[in-house]
Design a protein around this ligand. Structure first.
Ligand code: GDP
Length: 322
């Protein structure tokens, strides 16, 4: 499989990702080995996260940007993070009619979000999928996510650049978008700047730009710009792409790029370990029952959360003779 992936075989790459997504222990063992084997060939791509509320035009935007990148003789992989636990408009990228023009291209690889997964699971799988795609030689990895929950945090923590799509809204411009997400953005693009909405988009762009000035400056030294674009008509897309490349250049020069990757690697170690611990607890039926019991004590304020956690840890230590 490693050979297949390295030689750019998209069928093998797809099969490998299916292994990563599998719940079967033997598949997971193989998948882990494969990820480790791909690791030395990974890390070269530039990873871009794209978020925005349902209907803002993410798929259309990804398709337009993807085609622009392909025209520069680069390879792109498009992944999606859409945890099933969140109420979205259905699985993103799941709809086969979407991204037609991209999926037909030899230098593009498109992978929808796995169905029926919670955020923790999809996030881990996406991280591993990035490694496989990079070993397969994709230059840019675009990761699309719905902007309605915690998934942006996960995507932000696995990408080099984070792009927030907004609508040309009237009134309170930042309404409905959590401040935290705006703070994570390296670029804001007001989409659907076409037809009757052109004027509205321009005033929205100015309002967002003013709002961004109120935020603390980014550690990277980068000042997130606000663009407007029309993913459907393709206007503004070139400017956005140039900005992304500027960012890549600037942060590679000042060392922030590597620093961010190092932090992300540490973050994912911690996240994975926490999830593994949790898994260990939950797989043990006695521990699971004890957890439920303690939770009730905590909810009814009979116990403090700290006493509850300490009690569970003691029980776990006793059982495993730690
Ligand atoms: P997503 O839910 O964020 O992935 O949004 P989609 O890409 O599915 O787009 C939602 C709707 O907005 C579709 O009907 C698109 O055709 C439309 N749309 C997307 N981008 C633009 C744009 O730039 N201008 C206009 N007018 N419509 C757009």
């Amino acid at each position: 499989m490693l050979e297949g992936i390295r030689s750019g075989n998209r069928v093998v790459l797809g099969q490998a990702i299916t292994l990563i997504e599998s719940k079967k222990p033997e598949h997971q063992t193989t998948a882990r080995e494969l990820v480790e084997a791909c690791l030395p060939y990974s890390g070269q791509a530039f990873r871009i996260g794209i978020t925005g509320t349902p209907g803002v035009g993410k798929s259309t935007f990804v398709e337009a940007l993807g085609n622009l990148i392909l025209n520069q003789q680069k390879k792109i992989a498009v992944l999606a993070i859409d945890p099933s636990s969140q109420k979205s408009h259905g699985s993103i990228l799941g709809d086969k009619t979407r991204m037609n023009s991209l999926s037909a291209k030899a230098n593009a690889f498109i992978r929808p979000s796995p169905a029926g997964e919670a955020l923790g699971g999809v996030a881990r799988q996406s991280r591993e999928t990035i490694i496989l795609c990079e070993a397969a030689g994709y230059d840019y990895i675009l990761i699309e996510t719905v902007g309605v929950g915690q998934s942006e945090v996960a995507v932000h923590s696995m990408t080099d650049f984070f792009l927030l799509l907004l609508l040309p809204g009237a009134g309170d411009e930042l309404q409905g978008i959590k401040r935290g997400i705006v703070e994570m953005a390296d670029l804001i693009a007001v989409n659907k700047a076409d037809g009757e909405r052109l004027k509205l988009a321009e005033s929205a762009r100015r309002a967002y730009r003013n709002a961004l000035h109120l935020l603390p400056p980014q550690e990277s030294g980068w000042v997130p710009p606000v663009h407007s674009c029309s993913a459907i008509e393709g206007t503004g897309m070139e400017e956005i792409w140039t900005t992304v490349l500027d960012y890549a250049h600037q942060t590679r020069q000042n060392g922030f790029f590597e620093e961010k990757r190092r932090r992300q690697a540490a973050y994912w170690l911690d996240e994975t370990l926490q999830n593994s611990w949790r898994q260990l607890f939950l797989e043990d039926t006695e521990m699971k029952a004890a957890w439920e019991h303690v939770r009730q004590q905590v909810i009814t304020q009979t116990w403090s959360p700290f006493k509850g956690a300490a009690w569970l840890m003691d029980l776990f230590a006793q059982k495993h003779k730690l």
